[in-house]
Write a protein that binds this ligand. Structure first.
Ligand code: SF4
Length: 403
């Protein structure tokens, strides 16, 4: 797809069959895919929505705690008790045991993580069940089990440690926990990978190939030749046993549909357009984009870096557009540009809008818990094992670690 500047956006030549093609149709509550939204939603044009949301939130008081992911719309963020990345929000949910209801304005896997980390008396609500994550959906548990069988046949499973990015389903986190691995975030991926290489010879990195490759090559000094990509849509992942034996990083063929759009041309173009600009990108971007950038970091790092920057500096930011727009508003003394000329929101995250939030809150006021996200106890146990391994890594915050 060419943008207005003539650059070619990244298009996955073999899109996964599990991509979010059916938003709002069918019913598959165990997946990141879209499902029907039950109930009657207020009309988006209703002029009383803000007042209704405020009244419902006031009526619930401390019984409700609303989490807003950095990539959410402004109209939803306005009602969030706390904003942050997915792991910070799950920790915040656990740190508020007084709240009977956690309303998670994010996507499905994030609500699952909140359910895993909160007590059994707390109920987690996702205002729109169609808010999934295309990246998380690129690794289905049956595909990952098959991948492990392929590794076993190649004789490498015993020396492979699975690491899964936070942006994965509870089932994938549980798989990782069962097989001696850990979860990582974009902030601690380097520490998680270093730990994994102390436990074994190879890492199976799920589900984001770009975060895995960027961390292994940029941070740990591995070469691109040390990495292979396992394609779940090909027999044996499209790899020979010899390739699996030679590799140190086995990268799952998944990516973020938002961050995967940025190309090296975007970086060249913005440098021409804004002389002296500093390019800062998220590590979910492609390796060739990250290589051209000046600064690479998690959403929290992007916010902190730009907030601390000197007035008059110029920044081109490669992450989700809602966040970039809010950064620009919060830093009027700096020039903040979006890295791509074409706009790109996280379309699934943006499904959570004010009508869905009002509907979820008013339902809770009326005594009905809608769109509850509940992880089964066995999956939750093993996912928690993988999360706890991450929390036990040196330097990883345990401040909000629940008991
Ligand atoms: S921005 Fe990317 S990784 Fe994050 S929720 Fe959206 S699709 Fe998933």
């Amino acid at each position: 797809m060419a943008d207005s500047a003539g650059t070619v956006a990244f298009v996955d030549p073999e899109p996964t069959p599990l991509a979010l093609l059916l938003l709002g149709h069918g019913s598959d509550p165990d997946s990141e895919r879209g499902v029907d939204c039950p109930g009657t939603l207020p009309a988006p044009s209703d002029p009383g929505l803000v007042e209704r949301a405020r009244a419902a939130k006031d009526a619930l008081g401390d019984r409700v705690f609303i989490l807003g992911h950095h990539y959410q719309r402004d109209e939803v963020i306005a009602f969030a008790d706390v904003t942050g990345d997915s792991f910070k929000l799950a920790q915040q949910a656990a740190a508020h045991p007084e709240a009977d209801y956690i309303v998670f304005c994010g996507v499905h896997f994030m609500a699952e993580s909140a359910d895993i980390l909160t007590s059994s008396s707390q109920q987690v609500v996702l205002p729109d069940l169609a808010a999934g994550c295309s990246m998380a959906d690129m690794a289905e548990i049956s595909q990952v089990e098959e991948c492990w069988r392929v590794l076993q046949e190649a004789g490498v499973a015993d020396v492979t440690v699975p690491i899964t990015y936070m942006n994965s389903t509870a089932a994938i986190k549980a798989f990782t926990g069962r097989h001696g691995g850990a979860v990582c975030t974009s902030s601690n991926a380097e520490r998680s990978l270093a730990w994994a290489f102390e436990q074994g010879e190879k890492v199976l990195f799920l589900p984001d190939q770009h975060l895995g490759r960027n961390t292994a090559v940029r941070d740990l000094g591995l070469s691109l030749d040390d990495c292979v990509v396992y394609n779940p849509n090909k027999p044996n992942g499209g790899l020979t046993a010899e390739q699996l034996r030679d590799a140190r990083m086995i990268l799952w063929r998944g990516h973020c549909s938002v961050h995967g759009r940025f190309t090296p041309d975007c970086v060249d173009e913005v440098r021409e357009r804004i002389p002296g600009v500093t390019v800062i990108v998220h590590p979910e971007c492609r390796y060739d984009v990250v290589k051209k950038a000046d600064v690479v970091g998690s959403t929290e790092k992007i916010i902190a870096t730009i907030s601390a920057a000197a007035p008059g500096t110029a920044w081109a930011v490669g992450t989700e557009l809602n966040l970039v727009k809010r950064l620009a508003l919060a830093n009027p003394d700096k020039e903040i540009a979006y890295l791509d000329r074409t706009v790109c929101y996280c379309s699934t995250m943006n499904r959570i809008d004010l009508p869905h939030l009002v509907w979820a809150l008013e339902s809770l006021v009326a005594g009905t818990v809608v769109n509850r996200i509940e992880v089964d106890p066995d999956t939750a146990h093993w996912a928690r094992v993988a999360l706890d391994r991450m929390l036990a890594l040196p330097g990883v915050s345990t401040a909000a670690k629940p008991d």
